[in-house]
Unconditional design. Structure first.
Length: 579
């Protein structure tokens, strides 16, 4: 065992070593020759002569622009500048001068340099520099065209208003050995034949901005936190301000709005629950039929809330087709299968999702845990929920399921504390009926098992409050028309507790009343039947959007609650009885 003096000596040595490591922020300039191997194979001596000449020219210009050559092996040149502007101006001048020299060289012997510039933190060791800042500059060099210059976003931000050249955004690129995508900008050189794109090319570049932004946002959403969703939402809104969003952007926005509402993160987006649902529906309508995985996942959940489980699974599988390894889609399919009473089938998809998103697997841990919970395998469920909580404390939607798993594992006090936390998230305090609306298990035994666990965790209400509806209780379109049109229905709004009345005429004109004895008009709209769904379009409540859903006869009817019939929509459930 080392004595105290040994320990002190070791610490002193470590401290000296740590002090010896120097870091600094610098502009890194990296250049190489496009097709150098081909040129060497064609004429080795000539190529060495030309590259040496060009490197000498480059070294002189780097010194002229206050830079320093760090290394220049073979066809590569690595330099650093104290100023990003000096680095960019030097690169522009290098390319201009080399193009002039190339005018005197045969076409098959011309030497074109690619240059990448990054502003980043580096480790300094003697005359050398190392680190991700250097690696990013090298990757940018590889993305540049021969005779071109690519820069990172930090460089662009520093110089965009200080040089006359324009920049073309090439998108957020995933590059080798760099964990986060790099936002890349190409400098449009004045005397570059490719530098003045036509109106059509400029329009195509503008159109592609949305796609590039989506590539940047996808890895952000994998974190599945309120901060990540808020950032993604902000980025999408900024792009939409510049130009109309394409269908993929609209689908992604719908997903963000929808999932943020599920998780109780809407405050971070600065939007309310019903507004989020309305906006999500507007975005979904705008990208209808485009087959986006984001839109398919939202529409799949809408199917689940409407108790259409086969439709939900179909959409989830369609979402997986264009991106079979996408962890979010994989775990969503696992969830849809579990709600449809097929948890054993869900397990492989849940495990695959975790494997494909090892950095941020909390969402996938929770959905896999739900499958095990549905199969009654409590140790597996509790263990997975614990891992999810450890990874992400702010993921709220699956906390009721976690509480149920704790109850059946003999940990009721832990379950009650968890539900107490869950109840503080929502403006309307949850009860059995409200919570179970969002957990519409197709299998009745699973639904009752789940609800019983919630009551033991002291969630207000009783198992009989659950709105469990079997297929045979669903009204046909003709039954909906004869029951609801030309009549007045009343019920208690489950979110406000207020009694409301809806009067529909035979042609579908609808008026929503509230107040004592239904004397005050709250909203006006129109109702219709679409297949076996009742669709209501309210001027205020649904912002002029059709909200459709099936109607079930409630087998657990409570006369006082006015819930002989239950309408299920993506906004919520609405109990009602004829007046």
């Amino acid at each position: 065992m080392p004595n105290r003096s040994d320990k002190t000596s070791t610490t002193s040595k470590l401290s000296r070593k740590q002090r010896a490591v120097k870091r600094k922020l610098t502009a890194i300039f990296s250049a190489d020759v496009q097709g150098y191997s081909r040129l060497m194979e064609t004429d080795e001596e000539y190529t060495v002569s030309i590259v040496t000449s060009h490197r000498n020219l480059m070294a002189g210009l780097i010194e002229q622009y206050q830079g320093r050559v760090v290394d220049s092996p073979g066809d590569n040149v690595l330099a650093e500048f104290a100023s990003a502007l000096d680095a960019v101006n030097c690169a522009i001048e290098v390319q201009r001068r080399i193009r002039q020299l190339n005018l005197e060289i045969p076409e098959d012997r011309k030497m074109l340099f690619r240059i990448g510039i990054n502003l980043g933190d580096v480790i300094v060791e003697g005359e050398r520099i190392y680190g991700d800042g250097v690696n990013v500059a090298s990757r940018l060099e590889g993305l540049a065209e021969g005779g071109g210059v690519c820069v990172s976003r930090p460089v662009y931000d520093q110089v965009k208003k200080k040089v006359s050249q324009k920049f073309e955004y090439l998108g957020a690129r995933t590059v080798r050995n760099i964990s986060e995508p790099v936002r890349v900008y190409k400098i449009q050189l004045v005397d570059d034949p490719n530098a003045a794109p036509s109106e059509k090319v400029q329009y195509e570049a503008r159109k592609s901005i949305s796609k590039d932004t989506l590539l940047e946002i996808r890895p952000i959403l994998l974190h599945h936190t309120p901060e990540a969703f808020s950032l993604a939402f902000t980025l999408l809104n900024k792009e939409t301000e510049k130009q109309p969003a394409d269908s993929e952007a609209k689908a992604m926005t719908a997903y963000i709005l929808w999932e943020a509402a599920n998780q109780g993160w809407l405050k971070d987006l600065g939007i309310g629950y019903f507004e989020s649902r309305s906006q999500a529906r507007l975005h979904l309508k705008a990208c209808e039929g485009q087959g986006s995985p984001w839109g398919n996942m939202v529409n799949s959940e809408i199917k689940i809330l409407r108790r259409d489980f086969s439709g939900a699974i179909k959409l989830a599988r369609e979402a997986l087709e264009p991106s079979p390894s996408d962890p979010t889609v994989l775990s969503w399919l696992a969830y849809a299968l579990t709600m449809a009473g097929r948890p054993m089938e869900a397990v492989p998809y849940g495990r695959e999702a975790i494997k494909n998103n090892p950095a941020n697997p909390a969402l996938h841990f929770s959905r896999l845990a739900l499958a095990y919970l549905s199969m009654g395998q409590m140790p597996e469920a509790v263990g997975l929920f614990a891992k999810a909580t450890e990874k992400n404390l702010k993921m709220n939607s699956l906390k009721p399921a976690h509480a149920v798993a704790l109850v059946y594992s003999g940990k009721k006090e832990e379950a009650r504390k968890l539900l107490d936390q869950y109840r503080t998230i929502w403006p309307v305090l949850p009860n059995i009926r409200r919570v179970m609306f969002f957990w519409p298990f197709k299998d009745k035994r699973t639904a009752d098992f789940f609800a019983e666990g919630l009551t033991q965790a002291r969630l207000p209400g009783k198992v009989s409050d659950c709105l469990y509806c079997q297929k045979e209780q669903k009204l046909t379109g003709s039954a909906i028309r004869s029951t609801f049109f030309g009549k007045t229905m009343t019920g208690f709004d489950p979110w406000t507790g207020r009694q409301e009345w809806v009067m529909r005429d035979k042609d579908g004109g609808a008026i929503l009343y509230a107040g004592r004895d239904g004397q005050r008009i709250m909203d006006r709209g129109h109702s219709r039947v679409e297949k076996d769904n009742l669709c209501d379009c309210w001027e205020e409540r649904t912002a002029g959007i059709d909200v459709c859903g099936p109607v079930f006869r409630n087998i657990r009817e409570d006369a006082e609650q006015k819930d002989e019939f239950i309408l299920f929509t993506d906004y919520g459930f609405f109990p009602m009885s004829p007046v």
